[in-house]
Design a protein around this ligand. Structure first.
Ligand SMILES: [Zn+2]
Length: 72
């Protein structure tokens, strides 16, 4: 099961080859071309982890809060 950055939503494996709109930036693309991260998130008051899909590495940077990112 693959989550989007909205953890209540998930993407069944058989949908990965289908076109879709990114739930964060709205970009249109094929799910299997995107980027998959291991993410931690709070859902129903509990911290969970799961695979999270974003449409590109750029989209992930816009989703990740800046204070969690390292400074170079
Ligand atoms: Zn996106």
């Amino acid at each position: 099961m693959l989550h989007t950055t909205k953890p209540a939503d998930y993407i069944p494996a058989e949908k990965l080859t289908e076109p879709s709109n990114c739930p964060d930036c709205g970009a249109h693309g094929v799910l299997s071309v995107g980027v998959i991260h291991l993410g931690h998130y709070r859902y129903n008051g509990q911290v969970r982890q799961g695979l999270i899909w974003t449409c590109s590495d750029r989209c992930f940077l816009s989703w990740e809060a800046a204070h969690f990112m390292g400074k170079c």
